[in-house]
Write a protein that binds this ligand. Structure first.
Ligand code: UD1
Ligand code: CA
Length: 467
């Protein structure tokens, strides 16, 4: 190993081509800010710290990234105002870096770099050399070109706008990522000037100082362009999103998950799957989702922040979002089609939730069923309860929420209103159409509605004849 690694993330640029009010590095890929991908990658490398250089939109970027958890790695911000080039950007960071480490320079808008690639780059740097991540591009225009010397080493990086015709024919480009011993970087940055085609302080000029000082400059040449692809426009963002999703789908399939179509899956968070999980087309997974063995997810489901127990089946068009409170679906449960589970929905084993049923902050014990058009909010539902079509808990009095308790084996008929707080005693039955405002005794039939009367030979009112 090369000793401590300090990551510098350049994130001060404007991102004009995004044409967005949101700073570029906060646009999301796989549900996570672009720069958060870069910070997570640094944390996976075991970096000692990350220093993010902000400028455009710093007031938005800094709090958004500070709130992003990075497994204990300290995160620090330095501002670059105005933005005078990549070399000027890194100059802002060196005062907070210690000389005993290696600085790894990354960009906040390059989200798909793999930790293994950066490890290889750090190995090449070896605490004493300058190591550049490079790549061959069929169309290298716009990029800095790698000018190689007689041996394996690199002589210079020449920016496109400064390059001669001959240099522009070089297809090996600098990716924007380098690893450099901090004590050397500090001295080289102090020597930068802006006498070039763009009038900027180029970070890439450190190569010529390294060569002048007799420090070896190595290139780690990779072939996977996605790993160094930056986001400059909505089109590029969408392309990288698809690549990222393809990667996620391939990982799941490698683990044995059966996807109806890897191109029609979106994972915007962490999806953990057991054995024999099947996922139909057009499903979106957000936040933390766990699918245990044998779970089947039907087409067109949005599933967020929930644990789904073994063998449960989620039928098509179901929306589940446990948000921060979380949600859980018990083993063997059936949910949907067209069901909605909200925060705090805790379904026990073998529970059935059918079409157009909404469950919020409610616990349903084993075998409870609510199969059609119903609402359960702030309810505790016992085992084997049958909750009829069109029934609702009236849990909100306009100021406060109240609980409804439905004990084991209760049958609630169709179209009932359970006005909370209220408890329905075990084994009782509530007649269809009842509005329940008082607790019901166990084992009893409770009817709470107008009595049915029939008036024989009833004549409907007639219209008066015309004229
Ligand atoms: C840079 C490299 C070029 C390389 C290319 C790869 C230099 C001089 N050139 O060019 O060799 O092929 O990346 O994409 O480094 N930034 C700041 N402050 C600034 C300027 C830029 O934070 O003052 C940030 C940007 O937000 C971006 C990154 O640095 O995240 C790279 O800047 P960009 O302008 O895209 O560099 P290029 O000119 O494309
Ligand atoms: Ca660029």
């Amino acid at each position: 190993m090369t000793g401590p690694v300090d990551v510098v993330v350049m994130a001060a640029g404007k991102g004009t081509r995004m044409k967005s009010r949101l700073p570029k590095v906060l646009h999301r890929l796989g549900g996570k800010a672009l720069a958060a991908h870069v910070i997570d990658c640094a944390a996976q490398l075991g970096a000692r710290r990350a220093v993010v250089i902000t400028g455009h939109g710093a007031e938005q970027v800094e709090p958004a990234l500070a709130a992003h958890v990075q497994g204990g790695m300290p995160l620090q911000f330095v501002r670059q105002e105005p933005q005078l080039g990549t070399g000027h950007a890194v100059q802002q960071a060196v005062p907070v870096l210690a000389d005993d480490g290696v600085t790894l320079v990354l960009s906040g808008d390059v989200p798909l770099t793999q930790p293994d690639t950066l490890r290889a780059l750090l190995d090449l740097c070896d605490g004493q050399h300058l190591a550049l991540l490079t790549l061959d591009l069929p169309d290298p225009s716009g990029y800095g070109r790698i000018v190689r010397g007689a041996g394996d080493g690199v002589q210079a990086i020449v920016e496109h706008k400064d390059a001669s015709e001959q240099q522009r024919r070089i297809t090996e480009i600098y990716s924007g990522i380098m690893a450099v011993p901090t004590r050397l970087l500090r001295g080289w940055l102090a020597r930068l000037d802006n006498r070039n085609a763009q009038g900027e302080y180029y970070l890439t000029d450190v190569v010529k100082f390294a060569v002048a000082d007799g420090v070896r400059v190595w290139a780690h040449r990779i072939h996977d362009a996605l790993q160094v692809a930056g986001v400059n426009s909505p089109l590029q963002l969408a392309e990288l999103e698809r690549a990222h999703q393809r990667r996620a789908a391939e990982e799941l399939m490698t683990q044995g998950v059966r996807l109806a179509d890897p191109a029609r899956l979106d994972v915007r968070g962490t999806l953990t799957c057991g054995q024999d999980v099947e996922i139909d087309v057009n499903c979106v997974f957000e936040g933390d989702v766990v699918l245990c063995d044998g779970v089947r997810i039907g087409a067109n489901c949005v599933v967020a922040n929930v644990r789904i127990g073994a063998g449960a089946v989620i039928h098509p068009f179901t929306h589940i979002d446990g948000e921060r409170a979380g949600a859980s679906v018990g083993a063997g449960a059936l949910v949907g089609p067209f069901a909605r589970l909200r925060p705090g929905a805790q379904l026990g084993p073998e529970v059935h939730i059918g079409n157009f049923v909404e469950v919020k902050n409610s616990t349903l014990a084993a075998g409870a069923k609510a199969n059609h058009l119903a609402y359960l909010g702030d309810a505790t539902v016992g085992e084997r309860v049958n909750y009829g079509a069109g029934s609702i808990t009236a849990n909100y009095d306009g100021a406060n929420k109240h609980r409804t308790v439905i004990e084991d084996d209760v049958h609630v008929g169709s179209n009932c209103v359970l006005v909370a707080p209220v408890t329905l005693g075990a084994g009782g039955t509530v007649a269809g159409g009842s509005t329940i405002t008082k607790d019901t005794p166990p084992g009893a039939l409770t009817v709470a509605r107008g009595k049915q009367v029939s008036i024989p030979n009833w004549k409907r009112p007639q219209k008066a004849p015309k004229g």
